[in-house]
Design a protein around this ligand. Sequence first.
Ligand SMILES: Cc1cc2nc3c(=O)[nH]c(=O)nc-3n(C[C@H](O)[C@H](O)[C@H](O)COP(=O)(O)OP(=O)(O)OC[C@H]3O[C@@H](n4cnc5c(N)ncnc54)[C@H](O)[C@@H]3O)c2cc1C
Length: 427
Amino acid sequence: MPRRIMLWYRNDLRVDDHEALHCAASEGAHILPVYIDSPTPQRHTLPGNPEIPGFRKKFRLESLLELDQRWREWNSSLMVVTGEPADVIPQLCVKYKIDEVFLNAETSHDESRQLHQLTRNLNGTPTSCRFFHGTPMIHPDDLSFELQDLPDIFTQYRKLVEARMFVRACFATPTAVQALAHDEAPFEPRFPETIADARSALPFHGGESAGQKRLHNYLWQTDALRTYKQTRNGLIGTDYSSKFSAWLANGCLSARHIFHEVRRYETERVANDSTYWMIFELLWRDYFRLAMEKFGAALFALDGISTRRTHPPQGRDVATFQKWVSGTTGNRFIDASMRELQLTGFMSNRSRQNVASHFVHELGMDWRIGAQYFEALLVDYDVYSNWGNWAYVAGVGNDPRENRRFDIAHQAKTYDPEGAYQKLWLD
Ligand SMILES: Cc1cc2nc3c(=O)[nH]c(=O)nc-3n(C[C@H](O)[C@H](O)[C@H](O)COP(=O)(O)OP(=O)(O)OC[C@H]3O[C@@H](n4cnc5c(N)ncnc54)[C@H](O)[C@@H]3O)c2cc1C
């Protein structure tokens, strides 16, 4: 009798390079693909309850819709249910007589708690869980150090990794899948109302095929990767940086797949400082995952992992927060960035650094409120990169140097010398 496996999709909404799917399909199991729509824990209440546009939700729904379509091609469909995973999964396991739940490991504090609860609820039942590591670029088992020895400084980590860089090969999309029939209602998403802004740097759709298309476009069609190192601090348009982040955050694209495509590009076109830098940035992404696994809840605390006696600012003033959110602080560079975020759900890395620094070091606000706002808005929101970068800018994260304050006027002069970005969003 074939085994019955539940594939619990979370931030891995794809069929390509999906080890759990590949494994289940190659052992001829009957697979039940499940996605659980559960409310994410809100760590902080946002002062003044600002309106949250639906860009992030829209991108996720598009990604789910495509995944559902892929499963329909295998004569099944994605089961989308609402509830608390630790309760819903055991119920589904009983109903569909599931032997094993396959899932990709997530290591943030809340996710770990949720998984702990799930394994407790499954304890004593015939169902067990098997974890895979399909989200980071480098498989944790291939690192040359144990998690507790992860350096607190990125550069030290990077050097360790680069000394024996190894990224596993991708898993092919299975050609045949035996799906387990289910009788839950078909997935019929209700999209939030959003208005597309012609100025958006992220005018893309969610889903695996759109992610793959973008990867192909950025590397092979426009050749933009060739000059990434020079353009990556840009502010306007689609091509100054890769824009892979939204697909990575939803798991529509795998970081491993990007890595191997960059290596192929290096062999077939050019290997230069730009191709190096793309992998360098993906190492940052891996690093923030590991750091959160190592430090757990500390990375969400006001003082982060800093052991200094001085605390970062703790402001929560409603009016100050509202001015920052609505892009009416009076600082044009900051205001342009915040309006871009509000109207599109995206902002360049340069802008993110500036508005975060301004929020903490000039407005004297609690960095965690800013991180919470980003969490609600960013289409590419990723718990590790968002909270890790915010803590870093606030000076309480990895490499907790005292002075992380950006000179915003200097930044505007350097990165927006003609004021084109400010005009684009403000005039
Ligand atoms: C305050 C703040 C909050 C952030 N929040 C997020 C977030 O929620 N989700 C997110 O994916 N990134 C976050 N970043 C990192 C970075 O800004 C975005 O990854 C990047 O702007 C996405 O655009 P891109 O895909 O075109 O990046 P590219 O420049 O093309 O980089 C390629 C990929 O490398 C990774 N990367 C690049 N820079 C970083 C970085 N600093 N940290 C971690 N990974 C990086 C991303 O996966 C990105 O897609 C944040 C940065 C700051 C300063």
